[in-house]
Structure formats: C-alpha cells, structure tokens
Design a protein. Sequence first.
Length: 216
Amino acid sequence: MQASEVLDMLRDHASPDARALLGPRYGIHVDEALGVSMADMKRVARVLGRDHTLAADLWATGVYEARVVAGLVDDPRAVTVEQMDSWCADFDSWAICDTVCFTLFDRAPGAWTRLGPWAAHDALFVRRASFALLWSLALHDHAASDDAFRAALDLVEKHAGDERPLVGKSISMALRAVSRRSADLRAAVVATAERLGDSDSLPARRVGRTALRELG
C-alpha cells in the first residue's frame, strides 16, 4: 500500500472537532494533523501490518497521524540508529515522541545506545525521548540487566534539573518504571531520588521528592 492510500484511510476517520481539541485538551501542538483518534490510528495500523518501507514514506509526510501509524507499522528489527536519530530530530510533540519510543524504538537493536546522546541534546523532545525511551525499556526489555539501568540513573541525576515540565515528567515516569524492575533497582532509585531531593535545583528537587512520595 502507498502512503497516499493510508492518508486517505486516515482522512476517512478524521474529525475537525478532534483536530481542534489536540492542543487545548491533549497538549499536542503540531503543524499538520487530521484529527483522528488513537483508536482509529491503531485500527488502520492493524490492517497494514509490518512494513518498513511504508513506515518511512508515512513519516516523510509530516502529518501527525501518519507518523503515529509509521511508528506502529515499522519493523523494529529494520530500524537503524541513523533512523532513530533522524526521526527523533523530527519529534514535535510529547505524543509522537512517546508513541514512537513505546511502540518501536524500545525494540530496535540500537535502543540502549541512544539514551546518552539524546539526554545530552538540548532540544526539548530529543531530551524527552531519552527518558521516554528509558521508561519504555524498563517496562518492555525483560532481558536487560540491572547494571544497564543503574548506568541510566546517572543520566537521570545529570539532567533532572531541566526546567521544562515535559522533560521532568518523563524523568519521573522513568524513575518509577525502573524502580519496579527489582528490589535492588528500587533501592538505587530511592538513593537517586534522595540525592535529587536535597539538590539546589528546584526542578531536580521536585523530581526527587515526587519519586520518593510515589515509592512510599
């Protein structure tokens, strides 16, 4: 199937009212969108199946819904580090960032290699992607070692002072997810959160104290 045909399928589900609510209700502020519900995007993706070439063509359209479907239909085994960096640079909302990290990037062979470079990047959605990816890896990569997550906690501590709420939220969610991996990781997360809670940085203190409160 061609990307133009998929766009036609998406337009069949589009609603101007839904498009108008993307920003006010969901905080999804994008230049190009049709107004299609996530449920309908998933239905379209199920019809398409896995298709790496189609995913690239859908991504190239720049349309929010087409890019969501691209993340759903792409084959993670075919995703390269170069593709991950390219798509990540295109992220323009928390929704596309998190969707692609949770449905595609966390299963790609190079997933773990992107945490550090993306965290070090100043762009809002690139840095958010680092911690959204850590969050999703904590939930989905059952083979990963505790040591890999301990190393990632260093990135949390380094960047928890980011003042942007969309970054802080992803860091908080990553901490919560990592803490559930094992008793040892829970202890490591608590120790990290305690240090952050005593930080001179208000955003870092907020992240640390929120984590401690949620961990009980």
